[in-house]
Design a protein around this ligand. Structure first.
Ligand code: ADP
Ligand code: ASP
Ligand code: MG
Length: 815
């Protein structure tokens, strides 16, 4: 004999029930089959809702009842042809009338008792099993309906009754031992007490019904048919990358289901475990898939961590006080009180100092537990030896589960460091003595992020997902998006980085997609986006609360730079080509660096100096390896270099500047480059990154622009002043040319002092041949004292800047 159980979604409508019929017909060809069914999807919830409405004397319970009736009648009409419908419909209507009377009763007296509630909610399974059996018969299956109430006996703890296995096994053996039909359709969930009153086995209890019957009739396997392809490595609704675990042990499955893997009702395993009956979880909607097999021991070669699960709506209760130290029996009293109050404890930790006991309970039980404990320890509390019970709500438990975890070191380290890096605050930790489970209590808002972080850490073969929130889609931003789109596959394969752009914003609009925006189409998506704002953008990033989040600033905007601290504060990394933050007052720069350290969120701005050239990164490596910078000499302005490389006695200065701007080598406001401010910012950043405290006002700047140009307040006027001062610029050129020198705008840092200015560079100097818009940096250090370490290459342009930002993102990926 086989036992197959079909859950709520599997029997939610006529179309699905037809799939169930095909599976059953196939399965019962050579062997008898018991088919245990749940209520049609959603019906149990509707019955509970109707009861609660009736009990609060709200007439709208009738609407819910009507909905229940419609759902059943519609299913019958679709399943059974018109000539055979009437008997089934009238039987169902008769049952619904009884249900209506029960609800009316609840309405009149204004309450439902647990006993009445059990009677009412059982109707879902009673009706579904009746209808399905009638349909099977009509389809030519040799089928019979058997009410499980007559087979499964329980005590009278209504709502979640305890099974009397002796009586139940006897009834099952008698019935199934003599039944002659090929298929027996039975309702899950429902049972009855010794007195014959209706009871139920708890929410999700149809799995348990099937297991009880399977154990009683000694089947080889119990098949649980549901709406997913097995027990997954994590809840597939929350973790997209989760996958079905092919083989798992009873204990592992029990831990996972106990810690929230709803696919199997936790008590289900007990009856089959003792008989060695395996459980096979299968997908009604994809029967060809392998599913999950649950047996005594799982595959020895499997991963140490088999699954990750979570329980929501948890509260933590802590009992603390000096009076607890070294006193015998406190824990015993503590747990006895809770047990008497019927509070089940899902999580326990006790500090080794014995100074505190901390437990996790379902939030619904928190108040009950608190008052029971305070009553029990009233005496110690009045003496102030024990403090009042502390309760924290809105928490959840996440747990790593696996039989082989005990033989692997460092798993908890990996677990907590991955969570820590993603700013998941851990309130309490427990590791079962069996070492089959490591669990942590976290804030409920962090559940999704925590599950995905752990899943990535333990199951995704080191592919790390990076979630980017990109602000600014101008020259650089556009190139950056194109590069991501182009490199995505390569990065995933070679670097194991899965880069997704989750949000984009320009100055007007923003668009978000938790699953990653389609970058082929980003312009249109952004056009159709919502109104943006720095705060609105940040709030959304925060709300999404995704792991490995990175804020990317591709603007040159001061207000955007001011938002970095919020991101860093939330452990969101910041990558920016905007120089304003790193060159802002030293105090602010330091604060951002501190936040980055404190919250483990990189703050990277490689492109602030030399665009894509690895200048800051090299500097960091030198310093980290113990070297000291003695002098920095550099040409750091790609734009100024371009200008002075193209300016001569045959060209006009203002035209060359215009050309530089048109080709994207200058800041949006070219005065920022020509006045030297941009270079001042760069040398300032290099000085700071070499460990010096310096502010922009301390940098000496010998301006080559005439005062008039420096005083202009807009780009137009600036150009006009360049035209007007043509002679001034021509002289500058001639003075250098007469000495066979070239003009280079040089930045220098030495002995704590920085200066920038135009210099005449002779032929034998390494700067002399610096072409086009290139940059060059010479680092003189203790190790590189004779010959400086030299970095040279393209130092401006959207393409190289974008690739520098990209490099920072990859650095974070490897962090
Ligand atoms: P049924 O009605 O068939 O009994 P349930 O809704 O009780 O189905 O259980 C199946 C659901 O359990 C899945 O749709 C899925 O959303 C949820 N679930 C939670 N955790 C897991 C997990 N680790 N593996 C599979 N499913 C899970
Ligand atoms: N119908 C019941 C519930 O929704 C039992 C089950 O489906 O397992 O809880
Ligand atoms: Mg279920």
């Amino acid at each position: 004999m086989k036992v197959l159980k079909f859950g709520g979604t599997s029997v939610a409508n006529a179309q699905n029930i037809e799939k169930v019929k095909n599976i059953v017909a196939n399965s019962s060809k050579n062997e008898k089959a018991v088919v245990v069914v749940s209520a049609f999807g959603g019906v149990t919830d509707m019955l509970i809702k109707a009861s609660l409405l009736a009990a609060s004397q709200n007439e709208s319970y009738k609407n819910v009842l009507e909905e229940i009736e419609d759902k059943h009648l519609k299913t019958i009409q679709e399943l059974i042809d018109i000539n055979n419908q009437s008997k089934v419909i009238s039987n169902v209507k008769r049952e619904l009338n009884v249900l209506e009377t029960l609800l009316e009763g609840a309405f009149l007296i204004g309450e439902t008792t647990p006993k009445l509630l059990d009677k009412i909610v059982g109707y879902g399974e009673l009706l579904s099993s009746y209808i399905i059996n009638e349909y099977f018969i009509k389809e030519g299956i040799d089928s019979v309906h058997k009410n499980s109430k007559l087979l499964i006996k329980t005590d009278d703890s209504f709502g979640k009754a305890v099974v009397d296995f002796k009586a139940t096994n006897e009834l099952c053996e008698n019935y199934f031992g003599t039944v002659t039909y090929q298929v027996i359709v039975a309702p899950g969930f429902v049972a009855s007490s010794a007195k014959g009153e209706a009871t139920t086995l708890g929410r999700g209890g149809s799995d348990y019904t099937a297991a009880i019957i399977a154990a009683a009739v000694n089947t080889e396997t119990l098949e649980i048919w549901t709406d997913v392809s097995g027990m997954y490595t994590a809840n597939p609704k929350l973790v997209k990358q989760a996958f079905a675990i092919p083989h798992i042990s009873y204990e592992e499955a029990m831990e996972l289901s106990h810690f929230g893997a709803k696919v199997l009702y936790p008590p289900t395993i007990q009856p089959v475990l003792s008989k060695g009956i395996s459980i096979h979880i299968k997908n009604t909607f994809a029967p060809e898939e392998e599913g999950t097999l649950i047996t005594k021991s799982s595959n020895g070669k499997a991963r140490a961590v088999r699954g990750i699960s979570h329980v929501e709506n948890i509260s933590l209760l802590s009992l603390e006080g000096s009076g607890m130290v070294g006193i015998h029996g406190i824990s015993k009293r503590f747990f006895e009180v809770l047990s008497e109050a019927k509070v089940s404890v899902v999580f326990i930790t006790q500090a080794s100092s014995e100074h505190s006991i901390c437990i996790g309970v379902a939030s619904d039980d928190a108040e009950k537990a608190k008052s029971a404990l305070e009553k029990a320890f009233e005496y110690e509390m009045t003496l102030k030896k024990i403090n009042p019970v502390m309760v924290e709500n809105d928490l959840a438990i996440i747990a790593l589960v696996g039989d082989n975890m005990k033989s692997h070191q460092g798993l908890s380290g990996r677990m907590f460091s991955a969570l820590g890096k993603n700013n998941v605050n851990i309130r309490a930790i427990a590791q079962g003595a069996s070492e089959r489970n490591i669990s942590a209590v976290i804030n409920k808002n962090d559940v999704k992020k925590a599950l995905n972080t752990l899943h990535e850490q333990f199951f995704e073969d080191n592919v790390k997902q990076l979630n980017l929130f990109v602000m600014g889609v101008g020259n650089v931003g556009e190139k950056f998006l194109a590069q991501i789109e182009q490199q995505r596959k390569f990065l995933k394969k070679q670097l194991k980085l899965n880069i997704r752009v989750v949000a984009l914003s320009n100055s007007k609009k923003m668009v978000f997609d938790e699953n990653g925006l389609d970058l082929k189409n980003w312009k249109e998506l952004l056009n159709n986006g919502e109104k943006t704002g720095l705060d609105a953008f940040y709030q959304k990033v925060k709300e999404l609360n995704l792991r490995n989040s990175i804020f990317v600033d591709n603007t040159a905007n001061e207000a955007v730079a001011k938002t970095y601290e919020h991101y860093l504060n939330d452990s969101i990394s910041v990558v920016t080509c905007n120089k304003i933050a790193a060159s802002s007052p030293y105090k602010n720069y330091l604060k951002l660096k501190e936040l980055s350290r404190q919250y483990n969120a990189p703050f990277l701005f490689e492109t602030n100096v030399g665009a894509g050239l690895p200048i800051i990164d090299t500097l960091k490596h030198l310093i980290a390896s113990g070297d000291k910078i003695t002098k920095i000499q550099a040409v750091l302005s790609g734009s100024l270099n371009f200008v002075f490389n193209n300016f001569n006695d045959k060209t006009d200065f203002h035209e060359v500047v215009k050309q530089a701007q048109d080709e994207g080598y200058t800041e949006p406001d070219p005065k920022i480059d020509l006045s030297g401010i941009d270079v001042m910012r760069k040398i300032l950043i290099l000085a700071r990154e070499s460990g010096n405290e310096l502010d922009i006002e301390q940098i000496e700047n010998e301006a080559f622009l005439p005062q008039e140009s420096l005083d202009t307040s807009n780009v137009d006027d600036f150009y006009k002043s360049l035209v007007k001062n043509k002679a001034h610029f021509d002289t500058i050129y001639k003075e250098a040319a007469n000495k066979d020198c070239r003009l280079k705008y040089v930045a220098q840092f030495e002995n704590g002092k920085a200066k920038v200015g135009l210099q005449h560079v002779p032929q034998d100097h390494p700067f002399y041949n610096l072409e086009g818009k290139d940059n060059i940096v010479l680092f003189f250090t203790e190790r590189y004292s004779e010959q400086p370490l030299l970095i040279k290459g393209a130092g401006a342009g959207a393409d190289v800047t974008a690739s520098g930002i990209f490099a920072d993102i990859i650095r974070i990926g490897n962090f």
